[in-house]
Write a protein that binds this ligand. Structure first.
Ligand code: PMV
Length: 360
C-alpha cells in the first residue's frame, strides 16, 4: 500500500462536535526495532506481544472552529491536569500527520489522557499514548467518512500512530503484531503494524509478563536519540540482517511452541538491543546493577527448575519477565520472594498478553 491511500480526498459528512474515547495498550517487542530511516520507516522488522493491563485511556473532545485557522488548536490534560510540557510533542505529531488528517486544523481539541500504570514507572507510554490518540482521530474520520472499512481504519490508525512513535504502530490490533515489510510475513508493511497472520502454538496463549520496575526515573537517553545513533553504527547492517532473520526464526517457534528456542531468541534480542547502545558513539548503558542481578537470578532459577522463564528489556533498566501461563504459580512465587527486592520501592506490574485497543 502506498501512503497516498491514507490521504482522504473528500468528506461525506460534516461533524460539528463530539467526544470519543479509546483505551490503547503498551506492547513489548520480542524482536526489537532499533534504527529508523526518514519518516519513521523502520530499518528492521519487529514483532511484539500486546499487553493487557498497561494502557493509556484517551478522551478526545472536538468542536468545529468558526473559522479554519492555519494553526492546531488543542490542550492536553493528564489525570485532569493541564500538561503544557506534553504539547510540543503532540504538535510535532500533528504536523507529521496533517497531510493524512486534513481536518485537524478545523477543530478545537481537548485531549484528556490517563495511564493505567504509573506515569513515573519508567514504562514507555509513547506506544499506548500515540496509538490511543491516533484511534480517536480515526473515529472522527469514520464519522466524516462512514464507509471506511474496519481493516482500513486499523491500518490507518497504526500508520498514524507510527508517525507519533514507531512502536505505537504495534498497539492497535492483535495479540502479536508485526511491523516492517518481511518476505515471510504476508501483508507486512513498513507503514503500519499488522496482526500476526499465522498459527500460534497453545504454549504462547495468554503468555505472562511481569514488569520489574528497577528504575522509575526519566529515560537518560530518548529513543529518538538512540535510533539516530544507528546511523553510521559499525554493526548496523549486521543488526538489521539479524532482526530480519530472527523474524523467520520466531515464525517457526510460534508455530512449533518450542519454548527453549523462544527463550534463546528473546533474551538474545534484548541483549543485542543493549549491545547496540553500548557500541554506538556516543555509547551509553541503560541497564542498572539491579537489572543484571535480576538477569542472573533468572538464569540460576531456570537452570535449577527447568521452568520456561526468560527476560526481555526495553530501552531502559526495567526487566520484563516472560513465562507461560501454566507456570505462573511457581514463577510468581520466585518473583515475589527473590526478585522484588531489586525493584525500586518493591514495585512490579503483573501483566499478560492482550488483544489490542478498545473503544470505550
Ligand atoms: O517507539 P520508539 O521510537 O520509542 O522505539 C522503541 C524501541 C524499543 O522499545 C527499544 C524496541 C521496540 O521495538 O519496541
Amino acid at each position: 500500500m502506498i501512503v497516498e491511500k491514507f490521504i482522504p480526498l473528500t468528506f461525506e459528512n460534516t461533524v460539528e462536535n463530539g467526544e470519543i474515547e479509546w483505551a490503547s495498550p503498551s506492547n513489548i517487542a520480542l524482536v526489537k526495532y532499533w534504527g529508523k530511516k526518514e519518516n519513521q520507516i523502520p530499518e528492521n522488522q519487529s514483532i511484539s506481544f500486546t499487553l493487557n493491563e498497561c494502557k493509556t485511556i484517551t478522551k478526545l473532545s472536538y468542536i468545529l472552529k468558526d473559522n479554519k485557522t492555519d494553526d492546531f488548536d488543542f490542550q492536553v490534560y493528564l489525570d485532569g491536569e493541564r500538561k503544557l510540557d506534553f504539547e510540543p510533542k503532540i504538535k510535532t505529531f500533528f504536523n507529521r500527520i496533517y497531510n493524512y488528517v486534513p481536518f485537524l486544523k478545523n477543530y478545537k481539541f481537548k485531549i484528556e489522557t490517563k495511564n493505567t500504570f504509573p506515569h513515573s514507572s519508567g514504562i514507555a507510554s509513547s506506544a499506548s499514548g500515540m496509538s490511543a490518540l491516533a484511534l480517536c482521530l480515526m473515529s472522527i474520520e469514520k464519522q466524516l467518512n462512514p464507509k471506511i472499512s474496519k481493516s482500513f481504519f486499523n491500518k490507518k490508525a497504526s500508520f498514524l500512530a507510527r508517525l507519533g512513535s514507531g512502536s505505537a504502530s504495534r498497539s492497535i490490533e492483535g495479540d502479536l503484531v508485526v511491523w516492517g515489510k518481511h518476505n515471510d510475513i504476508e501483508g507486512s508493511s513498513d507503514l503500519y503494524g499488522i496482526k500476526y497472520p499465522y498459527k500460534v502454538h497453545e504454549n504462547f496463549k495468554n503468555f505472562q509478563d511481569t514488569i520489574l520496575l528497577v528504575d522509575k526515573g526519566e529515560k537518560q537517553v530518548s529513543s529518538t536519540v538512540g535510533h539516530n545513533l544507528m546511523y553510521g553504527h559499525p554493526y548496523a547492517k549486521q543488526r538489521f540482517d539479524q532482526a530480519n532473520s530472527n523474524i523467520s526464526v520466531i515464525k517457526n517457534i510460534l508455530e512449533s511452541g518450542d519454548l527453549e528456542a523462544f527463550i534463546a531468541l528473546v533474551e538474545s534480542e534484548a541483549l543485542t538491543l543493549h549491545a547496540m547502545m553500548m557500541t554506538s558513539m556516543p555509547y551509553f548503558i541503560l541497564m542498572k546493577p539491579n537489572t543484571l542481578e535480576i538477569i542472573n537470578k533468572i538464569w540460576g532459577f531456570r537452570k535449577e527448575t527447568k521452568l520456561n522463564i526468560c527476560f526481555t528489556l526495553d530501552a531502559g533498566a526495567n526487566v520484563h519477565i516472560l513465562y507461560p501461563e501454566n507456570e505462573k504459580e511457581q514463577i510468581l512465587e520466585f518473583i515475589k520472594t527473590q526478585l522484588v527486592a531489586y525493584c525500586q520501592n518493591g514495585h512490579y506490574i503483573c501483566d499478560s498478553v492482550g488483544l489490542g485497543a478498545k473503544k470505550m
